[in-house]
Design a protein around this ligand. Structure first.
Ligand code: PMP
Length: 305
């Protein structure tokens, strides 16, 4: 992995090698940290780096921190500013992934959230493709269930909850699948291991509502806007049954790391014609152009470094 030379740690930019937490740190012992996954894209023609929707990412991160009873003096603006400072320090000129984290920083044993010190840190890495078969993914229905809002909030990006995602992903990969669809405790499709899900059924774009134990994805939100405004599609946020996925016309998954991944097979059944569909293709292209700052209508989504 090509990691950044510098990180933001305990209030300042330091060499990455110096950004270390002790093994007795609460966030490490109990998974009591919350994180974001953000990306910046290099535009070769303009020779500029574009950070995608940092305000939305930091807003969600601050909401995750709130759910875990964390206190911070940072707001969206100050987090964006320190991100720009960090990116300029290492002078990145390629696609990158950024990992901001709030964590319970006290040392010692004690299962609780209150009366603990909270810290913020962030590092950066060069981007590596997330799912190999992103135009023809074969997914399975996971035997694992998605974490529930009354267990660990799925709408918060809580580090400890990613044990659930890891179990889902490893079992899917070891069984020969690219990804998995995960049912929530009510038996509805929630999302993938770390991606939101969309299906096109009878020409309507359908995605699970935020109350079906999904992470409220920023790619999901962007795709909903693009589908409505650019393609004139009806987008419905409603629960999805397992067998609907067998009879839909198209399916794709969305996420910051993964972008838009076409799902063309579910448990050996072809989705629609078994090829990446026209709506998925259009949305993928549109989204990719916006990320690289090539669509002036969506310029406000990007912050230039
Ligand atoms: N669901 C989960 C569980 C995730 O970890 C992610 C990745 N952050 C997503 C969905 C997609 O969210 P986003 O589009 O904001 O990256």
């Amino acid at each position: 992995m090509d990691l950044s030379k510098h990180a933001f740690f305990e209030g300042k930019i330091v060499p990455l090698a110096d950004a270390k937490v002790n093994i007795a740190t609460h966030g490490f012992l109990y998974g009591t940290s919350v994180f974001g996954g953000m990306r910046s894209y290099w535009n070769e023609e303009k020779k500029r780096l574009f950070v995608f929707r940092p305000y939305d990412h930091f807003r969600r991160l601050l909401h995750s921190a709130r759910m875990m009873a964390m206190q911070t003096h940072y707001d969206e603006e100050s987090l964006i500013q320190l991100t720009l400072d960090l990116l300029r320090t290492d002078n990145w000129q390629q696609d990158i992934y950024m990992r901001p984290t709030f964590y319970k920083a006290d040392m010692g044993i004690g299962v609780k959230l209150h009366d603990l010190k909270d810290e913020f840190c962030m590092f950066v890495m060069a981007y590596e493709p997330y799912v190999k078969n992103d135009t023809n993914a074969h997914v399975t229905i996971s035997s694992w269930r998605r974490i529930d809002d009354n267990v660990i909030p799925a709408r918060g990006k809580v580090a400890g909850a990613y044990a659930n995602s890891a179990l889902i992903k490893t079992d899917a990969n070891r069984a020969g699948f690219d990804e998995a669809l995960v049912l929530d405790n009510n038996g509805h499709i929630s999302e993938g291991s770390a991606m939101n899900i969309f299906m096109l059924r009878d020409g309507i774009l359908v995605t699970p509502p935020v109350t079906d134990n999904i992470l409220e994805g920023i790619t999901r939100k962007s795709i909903i806007e693009l589908a409505r405004n650019e393609l004139g599609l009806t987008v419905m946020e409603r629960s999805i049954d397992r067998t609907e996925t067998f009879i839909c016309e198209e399916m794709f998954m969305t996420g910051t790391a993964a972008q838009v991944i076409a799902v063309t097979k579910i448990d050996h059944r072809p989705v629609g014609a078994g090829l990446m569909g026209p709506i998925t293709t259009k949305l993928r292209t549109m989204y990719e152009n916006i990320l690289r700052g090539k669509n002036s209508r969506y310029e406000p989504w990007n912050v230039v470094v």
